[in-house]
Design a protein around this ligand. Sequence first.
Ligand SMILES: *Cc1c(COP(=O)(O)O)cnc(C)c1O
Length: 379
Amino acid sequence: MKFGTKAIHAGVEPDPSTGAIMTPIFQTSTYVQASPGNHKGFEYSRTQNPTRSALQKSIAALEGGKHGLCYSSGLAAIDAVIKLLNQGDEVIVTNDLYGGTYRLFTKIYAKFGIKFHFVDMEDIANIESYITDKTKLLWLETPTNPMMNIIDIAGAASIAKKHSIRLAVDNTFATPYLQQPLELGADIVMHSVTKYLGGHSDVIMGALVVNDDQLAEDLAFIQKSSGAVPGPQDCFLVLRGIKTLHLRMQRHCENGRVIAEYLRSHPKVDKVYWPGFEDHPNHLIAKTQMKDFGGMISFTLKGNDKSEAFKVMENFHYFSLAESLGGVESMSNHPASMTHASVPFDERQKIGLVDSLIRLSVGIEDVEDLIGDLKMALG
Ligand SMILES: *Cc1c(COP(=O)(O)O)cnc(C)c1O
C-alpha cells in the first residue's frame, strides 16, 4: 500500500457488528466477560479500546512500523519512553528541542537520577564524545523546533547501533509523510499527534511507534501502568484527521516554499530558517531523508527588536498567534516568550533563538491570502 492509501485504509475495517465504514467511538470503560478471563480481547479501556486500537494500527502503518501506542499527549508519550530507563542512566538529547520536552527532562526526570546531555547534533560526530557506558538513549528532533536544524537520522542511528544505545526520534514536525525514522534505523518514533496527525487543532494526543516486539510490550506495560491513555472520542477525531494527512502535507509544503521565499526577499526580515533553502547548512541531509521540506518556518527581524516582533504578530489576521502548530489554519508563535520560555535565556542565545524570532506554522489556506497577511503585518 502506498502512503495515501494507508492514510485512508490502514488499521480501519468495517465494524464487524454493523458494517459501519467508520470505526465507532467505543465510549466504554469496560467489557462484559462470559466467564472470568473469557473475553474478546478487551478487558478495561485503560489497557485496550477498539477505537484506540484502530488508531494505533493506522499510525504504526504510516510510520512503516509494527506496533503503535497512543497516549493522552505528546509529552505523555515522551514520558513513557523515559520510564524505560533506570536511575543512573544517561540520555543524549538535541540541544534545540521542544521546550516542554526540555522541561520534562530537566525539571522532572533529572531529580529521579537520570542524566541528560544537551548536544548540538547538526554535526552528529558531536554525539560520540558524550557516550559513556551509562548512555542508554539518544533523543532527537528533526527538523528541530524552532530553529529548523536538520539532524542526520541514519548517521545518528549508526552511532547508536555501534554503542548499543536506543535511538528515539520526535517526528512531530516532519510527519511520516515527509520522513520515516524507523526505516532510517531509529528504534522509537514519537509524535505529538496534537499537531499534523490530528491536523485540525481539536485534540491533544501523543503516539509512539516501534518495530521491536519486546520494546512494544514494555511500552504497553508502561501505558497501562501509568495510565496516560487518550479517550475514544479523541481517537476517532484523529482517525478522521489522518485520512487527509497526505493532502494536507502536500499543501503545507507548497505554501511553505512560497512563504519562505517571500520572507527571504522582504527588506525587514533578517534570517529565514527553512530546510528547503539550498544554503541551509544541512539541506543535503534534508533532501536525502525527507520527501519535501514542510510548512514550519522561523524568521528574525533586522535589528532584533522584540517589540517589533510582537507588533508583527499582533497585526496578523490569518496567522493566529497561538501555541501549537500543524493545524489546517496558519499560526504564529513567539518561541522566546511562549513555547520555549522554559529554556533559559543563555541557552536560547546559544542556538540562535533570539527575541525577534517568529515561528510560523503555515496552514493550507490559499497562499495569496497568506502572503497578503505577511505583507500587511510586516508593513
Ligand atoms: C507539541 C510538541 C510536543 C508535545 O506534545 P503535546 O501533545 O503538546 O504534549 C513534543 N514535541 C514537539 C516537537 C512538539 O511540537
